[in-house]
Write a protein that binds this ligand. Sequence first.
Ligand code: FES
Length: 160
Amino acid sequence: MKGATGESPVYDIERVRVLAEERTSLRGSLLEILHAVQDTLGYVDETAIPIIADTLNLSKAEVLGVVSFYRDLRQEPPAQTVVRLCRGEACQSVGAERLVARARERFGLDIGESSTDGRVSLDQVFCLGNCALGPSAMVDGRLIGRLDEATLDVLMAPRL
Ligand code: FES
């Protein structure tokens, strides 16, 4: 992620430490921390791994293993536009996988990938609370229902 000057902003390690310490007693604390870090800082930078590992008394490999396993956790800064396709059960039953395939075939993006110019990222979510109007997606914070391939093209193409 670049700032107005074109330089990458500094990743706020102190913020990671605070987010981690606030969540050590929660059930599933590692995932809670990782999601909080991503929600706050946009992604889980490699410099966050040892901080989180120390806070939870885990090895760096254990933390990195979890980050790598969950495709909705990013290890790179997000793109300008983030398209989150819902792959929850209800959306799967009405064609969510067709949209995942479309993004792959037409734009060369798999879930968890960003375009080479960093303008669009494709992510997945598991239910946006819009099941009755699936397949659903969230594009730059905007909820979209009854998404089909043609609309996905319109949403993604101008950004690529
Ligand atoms: S499963 Fe997609 S919105 Fe609920």
